[in-house]
Design a protein around this ligand. Structure first.
Ligand code: ATR
Length: 310
């Protein structure tokens, strides 16, 4: 999804905390890619762990993505992250894909092994690790789960919920056909449901996640009513601008357990960093706060004003 709180600065040249030029280099690749906050995360870990290396942004136009492997080699990258709209292309272009990427038909993390371009998808891992971190025990008794939306993000989330044995997983979508495609793909534990049946879908559910852009800065408000879920149900959103979305506010007012979407972004970055730089980094409260400060609309505005004045 496009991030409306995007910061236009190019960290390759403008970030004051630039990591060393020496050491392995990786990048986030997409079109556009200005909005990506991945460089903030990886550069923080490089500094924190005292490692040489760098992590950049690289815009790759749709017409050029077929050259992905040579682009990586030409830039001297040891790998990188792939974001919208290239995740499916990266999956197709990799020399080797792991079972997770194959299940999802999309890749977000690339690295080289013996000259071969390898790919995986860490979005589902990030989703699970965030919930494990923020809502311990959230999947202790997996029952009925509701997934709102049936786009690319929904695929990773559904994969993750099936890993944790949720059954059934009700996929509620405005366009029913797209939910049906996912039900065909993931099998009988999935039930495709139109948005008109959202109220019925929630009844007795212990888990609900929004994977649509509803509630994101610049998109439509999340104004669908919650009701009928289990008393201790967990509600989460993959939207993280704003951090507290309309869905999460509504869930909190009903005393449901909630987790915001920022942690998914942080945790999905961990496996890639380990592949490229050789150490497994930690998602700490400090890193989270750095991202929260960066996402604050006031901070974005101040930064833009400062850049305009400079
Ligand atoms: P992503 O890859 O980020 O998931 P996407 O593939 O464009 O993005 O999917 C966006 C999802 O949000 C879809 O499920 C979409 O519903 P449709 O399949 O009917 O298009 C859903 N969505 C977007 N705007 C919506 C809105 N205003 N109301 C309901 N659903 C919406």
């Amino acid at each position: 999804m496009p991030d409306p709180a995007a910061r236009p600065d190019d960290l390759r040249t403008a970030h004051p905390d630039s990591a060393s030029e020496a050491g392995p280099k990786a990048a986030v690749m997409g079109w556009p890619v200005d909005h990506s906050r991945s460089p903030i995360i990886h550069r923080h870990w490089l500094r924190d762990l005292g490692l040489a290396g760098d992590y950049e942004r690289l815009a790759i136009a749709p017409d050029d993505i077929s050259d992905l492997k040579s682009i990586l080699l030409d830039h001297g990258y040891v790998g990188g992250n792939i974001t919208i709209p290239h995740k499916e292309a990266a999956f197709r272009l990799a020399d080797h894909v792991d079972p997770v990427a194959r299940d999802l038909g999309a890749a977000n993390t690339l690295w080289f092994e013996a000259g071969r371009l390898c790919a995986t998808n860490t979005d589902g891992y990030g989703f699970l690790a965030n919930l494990d971190d923020r809502v311990p025990g959230w999947a202790a008794a997996p029952g009925k789960a509701v997934v709102l939306g049936a786009g690319g993000a929904a695929r990773a989330v559904i994969w993750a919920l099936l890993q944790r044995n949720f059954d059934p997983v009700i996929v509620v979508n405005r366009t029913l056909e797209k939910a049906e495609v996912l039900a065909d793909l993931f099998g009988p534990r999935l039930v495709a449901t139109p948005l008109a049946d959202f109220a019925a879908a929630q009844r007795g559910a212990g888990f609900l996640v929004n994977t649509t852009s509803l509630g994101m800065h610049g998109a439509s408000e999340f104004d669908l009513p919650l009701g009928g879920m289990e008393e201790d149900a967990v509600v989460t959103d993959i939207v993280y601008t704003p951090l507290e979305t309309g869905l999460l506010r509504q869930a909190a007012s009903r005393c449901l357990r909630t987790a915001d979407g920022l942690g998914m972004l942080l945790h999905q970055a961990v496996p890639g960093f380990e592949k490229w730089f050789g150490r497994r980094p930690e998602v700490t409260a400090r890193l989270r706060q750095i991202l929260v400060d960066d996402l604050d609309p006031k901070t974005v505005e101040e930064t833009q004003n400062r850049e305009t004045r400079a």
